[in-house]
Design a protein around this ligand. Structure first.
Ligand SMILES: [Zn+2]
Length: 44
């Protein structure tokens, strides 16, 4: 089974939790850029 990850549809970073992906998406939508505080949790 593939490892589950959640992707921000705007910046395409992937996260291990849905919560982080949602935070990222909300931030990306609002500010049209990424928050380092959020993207540091992204998985490669
Ligand atoms: Zn994002």
């Amino acid at each position: 089974m593939a490892e589950r990850s959640f992707q921000c549809p705007i910046c395409k970073f992937k996260y291990r939790t849905k919560n982080l992906a949602e935070q990222c998406e909300a931030y990306c939508k609002k500010y049209k850029s990424c928050s380092l505080e959020i993207t540091k949790h992204a998985v490669k």
